[in-house]
Every structure is written in C-alpha cells, then in structure tokens.
Design a protein around this ligand. Structure first.
Ligand SMILES: [Zn+2]
Length: 333
C-alpha cells in the first residue's frame, strides 16, 4: 500500500481509515465511493481537519447543504472571520450593511443577520458606508473620506452590537455619537435579502481537486495515479505547491450539456474525468450542487500508458444514489 498523496507506504504509516471520494459532509449516498488502503491515515486526517472543513463551511456550496436538507440547521457552524463569503444586505433599512449567517434557535433555521459593524454617513451620497468592527478606519481617515463624524445622526450601528462597537471606536479615539440604532433582530422566518460575493481561496481549490483525484483513483486504481505525472496535483492538494499554470479553473458552463448556464438544473453533485482536447492531458470536472463548475488539470500531457478514463457520475439527492452519466457529453471547448 502506498498513499496516493504523500507516497509513504504501510511500513511507515497506518492505512486504517476510509477515505470518501466525496466528503460525507456533502451527503450520504447508497454504495458511496470510498477508498481503502489508498490514502494513509495521516493524509486522511489532514484533509478532514483542513480542506474538507473549508469546503463545507467556507463556500456558498457548503451553505446549500442546509437548504437541501443534507445538514440540520442546528449543525450550522460559521467560519467566523475566516469566512471568505461576503454578504451585503440588498434592501430595506440595512441596505449596504454586512450580514452573516447564524443558526437561530427560535426559527430552527439558518438565518442571515447584520454583522457587528458601524455605518458612517457619507455626506456626498447621504447614505451610510459600512465598516466591519475589525476594519474601522482611523479618525483622520474618516474625516478625510468626508464622513459626518460630528453629526449625532452620522453613525448607524446594530443595537445588538452597540457595546462592542463603542469599545472599538473608543480605542481609535472616535467619539461615539449615535442617537439611534437599528434593531437587528428579525421577526420569525424573516430573511434579509443579500448580495453575495465569495472568494475562492487555495484551500477550496485544493479541496475540489482532491475530490477529482480521489475519483480518478477510485475508477482507475491507485497504481495508475501513482505515476509521477500526477506529482504536481498531489503536491498541490497536500502541500499547496503551485505550478506555472492554473490547476483549477472555474467556468460558468454546466457539466451536463442539456442544462442552462442560468436557471434550474438537476439537484446533485457531479464528478467527471476525461482527456483534454489535446488528447493526452487528464482533466476532471467537479460541480457541487450542480452549481459552479471547477475544471481540474490532474496531469498535463500524461506520459504514462493511456487508458479510457472518460467517466462521470451524478450524486442524486432525491434518490440518495450515485448514477453513472451515460449520455454523450459535448467535447470541451
Ligand atoms: Zn499519505
């Protein structure tokens, strides 16, 4: 047994744990794809504590798990300040303010509420510009930017966070002038409509690449993926080592040829492997919740013995089964 990630063998490291091709935090499926004796316990543990955690908590796809019943709302855990997903309220009195997701016991649901922040009145637009509590500018910068600091109505703060904001402002020597704040508690079931901006960091890219590489190992066997041409993707997944071309790209095209770019798609995850247009590079497509498509280059200009690696599976939420994709996929363009 040789680990397909760190290349250590069973003489130096145990292989007792089961590696799931797709982490179980993205759903449980009948006859799930698992790897035994392929990924060592140390790599398995590292992935669980790092890449899988970030993929589940730090992505919009991870948030979908609560909307599609894969996770109970009470299991929701925020990444807090490390959350790369930025939400800004898009309507109502909080428009423009930062918001974040929390579990609400009263609703037994994951809800979006305003984050700890302060809004400063922008004289030019007569609206509030918001700064998160850790990002409040200095007094001189605020004046320079033309905020109306001396106006008693020049600040806007979520009432729930007044104490913390007051402290943060004091530390920066900014006089706290707020005469009215806004209650940020929401009525039962009320949701703030938000604009969402996600940044996709390397950990997420590596987590997605791991799904692709696991999938290739599951179907083609560990012998095949131990070829040295996979060293680049191995090192990227395990050690975040980069190379001079992008290993993971995001494209806005759905994997399934008959589905729209914008609009309703089948509900499930998709993983595929195929050769690139050059006929020798090994590629994979991964789409969680059939939403964004990640294209992963597993081996560029593979020099080993070629075999038919074209394969694809759909992890179906309705039936909790994994279906093989049999229809002809359009060629990559
Ligand atoms: Zn290993």
């Amino acid at each position: 047994m040789t680990c397909i990630y760190c290349l250590k063998d069973e003489k130096s490291i145990p292989f007792k744990k089961t590696e799931h091709v797709l982490s179980q935090s993205f759903g449980l499926f009948e006859n799930n794809f698992t790897l035994n004796g392929v990924v060592c316990d140390s790599c398995n543990q590292y992935f669980g504590d790092n890449l899988e955690l970030d993929l589940a908590r730090g992505t919009l796809e991870g948030g979908f798990r609560f909307e599609h019943g894969i996770k109970e709302p009470k299991e929701f855990k925020s990444l807090g300040k490390r959350d790369p997903v930025i939400r800004k309220v898009d309507e109502g009195p909080w428009k423009g303010a930062y918001a974040y997701k929390i579990y609400s016991e009263t609703d037994d649901a994951v809800v979006i509420i305003p984050a700890p922040q302060v809004g400063f009145l922008n004289k030019a637009t007569n609206g509030f510009d918001y700064y998160l509590i850790d990002n409040i500018p200095d007094l001189s910068e605020l004046r320079q930017k033309g905020y109306d600091i001396d106006n008693p109505k020049g600040m806007f703060v979520p009432l729930k966070h007044v104490k913390a904001i007051k402290k943060a402002l004091n530390e920066k020597g900014i006089p706290f002038k707020m005469t009215e704040g806004l209650d940020c508690s929401l009525q039962n079931g009320q949701q703030l409509k938000c604009k969402v901006k996600g940044s996709i960091d390397d950990k997420i890219m590596r987590g997605v690449a791991k799904i692709a590489f696991n999938y290739l190992a599951f179907w083609q066997g560990s012998e095949f993926v131990l070829h040295k041409d996979f060293d680049i993707i191995r090192k990227f997944i395990l050690k975040d080592e980069k190379t001079d071309y992008p290993l993971v790209r995001i494209i806005d095209k759905p994997i399934l040829g008959d589905e729209p770019i914008v609009g309703k798609r089948r509900l499930g995850h998709i993983v595929t492997t195929n050769l690139a247009k050059d006929g020798i590079s090994i590629m994979s497509g991964v789409s969680l919740f059939n939403w964004m498509t990640y294209n992963i280059c597993l081996a560029r200009e593979f020099s080993g013995v070629h075999k038919d690696i074209k394969k694809g599976h759909f992890f179906d939420f309705n039936s909790h089964t994994i279906l093989e994709l049999t229809t002809e996929r359009p060629s990559e363009s």
